[in-house]
Design a protein around this ligand. Structure first.
Ligand code: NAD
Length: 457
């Protein structure tokens, strides 16, 4: 069976990709297990060197990888170039890890006690279609650095950059079989990562619904699991904030990647006393978002990834929706949806569910307590922003919001050097940051008994 890859900007066929069977998946996992034993025995400095070469290979292929992401996913070329550069940076950052995976020496009676961070073996990484190469790297780079092999299943719609990254890894000197990208269906390849006993951990990024299923499946073998799931994050704007900046940046906190971003601040909560002024400022900011051909350097927002996804996003904006205003989008072929601002009721579907498209809902709030309580009234807890000039309030509110990644007076979410992940049903475990390689290890404690010489009186 094969999967047809369609360019979301013009609906032309880019290529077809063969979908792997269960037998092919098992064979790749067995190869990965063999390669891992050799990789784990290699000197830490040698593993580090290969990862640095892998980073260099990605650096040399930034334009090529970006071009692939433009055609496969419709990402604006400037953003796609940033994504490829981010993969390089993630590899470079974790290339330092093999030589720094220090255990501890713990004082105990009768001998010497030390801990080791042993690799798990084969790690299965399952990625979504929204940020194919960056999310892949958050799994494979620290996992490889910690001495594991990686089998990676990209999303059916967007496998091209992941396939190219695996080739670059091989060219850079990764042992054959150590890092394999296996395109295919979630219910075949992804499911097999869960059931094949040689895979010792599954790193899953995707919908909360599939994530729960994977967690339940992993329970059967007490398989390690990291989950990065959905979000419905809040952007809180207090009356004392720099309103001009808050309004000018709000569209980029939600419409980046056409809103197909788990960290999208898709609920904007504005203190009632400045609500009207904020909306006046937000309207031109939304209309100023440049939506169009992703290959154009000046484009800020491209199309949605696929027709079925476009239909789902559109279902949140029926004819009688409370639309405050909209931006623009091209006509003609392609999966286009204009940035849309809604003012729905707090309990409406648009206010509660993850839309994963360029649709944002704005709500007034009464005071700090009301803002925090509505921000937390969600099963999700991934990211969020707080806009205020009051330092104490910024600290108080950031601490009170039940979410893994918050920014005060900005919309920053992901930095490779800081931990990333969700509270509540947004996920389990953390990726990135200095500790990420440890999530791909087991701690082993070894006690060496030391013979004591007889006590001389
Ligand atoms: P999805 O859950 O449909 O698919 C994700 C991946 O899982 C795909 O590769 C898919 O083939 C695979 N899959 C599907 N069924 C499977 C099964 N039964 N067993 C194993 N694998 C299976 O999600 P999606 O539509 O690709 O991505 C969108 C979702 O991802 C959104 O909810 C978004 O919030 C979430 N997301 C989260 C983060 C994060 O870091 N928290 C980042 C990006 C996306």
């Amino acid at each position: 069976m094969s999967h047809t890859i369609v360019n979301p900007a013009d609906e032309t066929v880019v290529t077809t990709v063969e979908a792997a069977t269960v037998d092919e998946t098992d064979a790749a996992i067995a190869d990965a297990a063999r390669a891992q034993r050799e990789w784990a025995r290699a000197a830490p400095a040698d593993r580090a060197r290969v990862l640095r070469r892998f980073a260099d290979a990605v650096d040399g292929a930034i334009d090529e990888l970006a071009g692939l992401e433009v055609r496969n996913s419709g990402h604006p070329v400037g953003q796609a170039r940033w994504e490829a550069g981010h993969v390089r940076d993630v590899l470079e950052y974790y290339a330092a890890a093999p030589e720094r995976m220090s255990g501890r020496q713990i004082p105990v009676a009768g001998g010497l006690d030390v801990t080791f961070h042993e690799p798990l073996g084969v790690v299965g990484v399952i990625t979504p279609w929204n940020f194919p190469m960056t999310i892949a790297s958050w799994g494979f780079a620290p996992a490889l650095a910690a001495g594991n092999a990686v089998v990676l299943k990209p999303a059916e719609w967007t496998p091209l950059t992941s396939l190219r990254l695996a080739e670059l890894g091989l060219e850079a000197g990764l042992p054959e079989g150590l890092f394999r990208v296996i395109p295919g269906r979630g219910s075949v390849v992804g499911e097999r990562f869960v059931t094949n006993e040689t895979v010792r951990k599954v790193v899953f990024t995707g919908s909360t619904e599939v994530g729960k299923r994977i967690m339940a499946g992993c329970a059967d073998q007490v398989k390690r699991v990291t989950l990065e799931l959905g979000g419905k994050s809040a952007n809180l704007v207090f009356a004392d904030a720099d309103l001009e900046r808050a309004a000018a940046t709000a569209p980029y906190g939600v419409f980046e990647n056409a809103g197909q971003d788990c960290c999208a601040r898709s609920r904007i909560l504005v203190e009632r006393s400045v609500y009207d002024r904020f909306m006046e400022l937000l309207e031109p900011a939304v209309q100023g978002v440049k939506v169009g051909d992703p290959a154009d350097e000046s484009t800020e927002m491209g199309p949605l990834v696929a027709r079925t996804h476009l239909d789902r996003v559109a279902s949140f904006v029926p004819d009688d929706a409370d639309v405050a205003f909209r931006g623009t989008a091209p006509d003609g072929p392609g999966f286009w949806f204009a940035p849309t601002v809604l003012t729905p009721a707090r309990d409406s579907r648009a206010a509660r569910e993850e839309i994963f498209g360029p649709v944002v809902s704005v709500f007034p709030f009464d005071d700090e307590a009301d803002a925090i309580s509505f921000a937390n009234a969600s099963e999700y807890g991934l990211s969020g922003s707080v806009w205020t000039r009051d330092l104490s309030r910024g600290i108080r509110v950031a601490r009170a919001i039940e979410s893994g990644n918050l920014s005060v007076n900005s919309h920053s979410s992901v930095r490779y050097a800081t931990p990333f992940g969700g509270f509540k049903q947004s996920g389990l475990g953390r990726e990135l940051g200095p500790d990420a390689p440890l999530a791909f290890t087991e701690t082993k404690n070894v006690f060496f008994a030391v013979d004591q010489p007889p006590v001389v009186a």
